[in-house]
Ligand binder design. Structure first.
Ligand code: THU
Length: 139
C-alpha cells in the first residue's frame, strides 16, 4: 500500500481548524446536541467546510465530514490532503465517514480537535481504516 508523508504548512492547518470551528456553529444537532464541524483541504489549497445535519428521522443524519467531502466533490475538487474535525472531545471520524473519505485517497491527514481544550490529535486515514475497500477492490 502506497503511503506518502507530506509536509504541511502549519499556518494553513490552523486556518483549516479555524474554519471547522466556525462551521461547527451551524450544525443542526437538536437530538444529540453534539455539534461537529469539518474542513477539508485540497492539494491546490481550496477548502470545503461542513457541519453535521441531523433529522427527526434519525437515520438520515449526516456527519460533518461527509458534508464537507460531498461539497468538495460537487465543486470538482477530489485531491484532498487534510481534514480538520472539531467536536466536543476531539472524536475520530465514525466508520462510515472513514469509508466515505477513503474513496478519494487514504493518505489523508486527519486532525481531530477538541473544541474546549483545542488539543489536536493527528492521524493518517490509512491508520484509522487499514485495508480499506475501494475502487481497487472491485474486479
Ligand atoms: N458526528 C459527526 O458529524 N462526525 C463525527 O465524526 C462523529 C459524529 C455527528 C453525527 C450526529 O449528528 C452526532 O455527531 C452524534 O453522533
Amino acid at each position: 500500500m502506497n503511503s506518502t508523508r507530506r509536509s504541511f504548512d502549519e499556518q494553513v492547518l490552523e486556518t483549516l481548524v479555524a474554519e471547522a470551528t466556525q462551521v461547527r456553529l451551524r450544525a443542526h444537532a437538536p437530538y444529540s446536541q453534539f455539534q461537529v464541524g469539518a474542513a477539508l483541504l485540497t492539494a491546490s489549497g481550496h477548502r470545503f467546510a461542513g457541519c453535521n445535519v441531523e433529522n427527526a428521522s434519525f437515520s438520515l443524519t449526516i456527519c460533518a465530514e461527509r458534508v464537507a467531502a460531498s461539497t468538495a466533490v460537487a465543486s470538482g475538487q477530489r485531491d484532498w490532503i487534510a481534514i480538520a474535525i472539531v467536536s466536543p472531545g476531539g472524536v475520530t471520524p465514525c466508520g462510515a465517514c472513514r469509508q466515505y473519505l477513503a474513496e478519494f485517497g487514504q493518505d489523508l491527514l486527519i486532525l481531530c480537535v477538541d473544541v474546549q481544550t483545542q488539543s489536536v490529535k493527528r492521524f493518517q486515514l490509512s491508520k484509522l481504516l487499514p485495508h480499506a475497500f475501494d475502487l481497487n477492490s472491485l474486479p
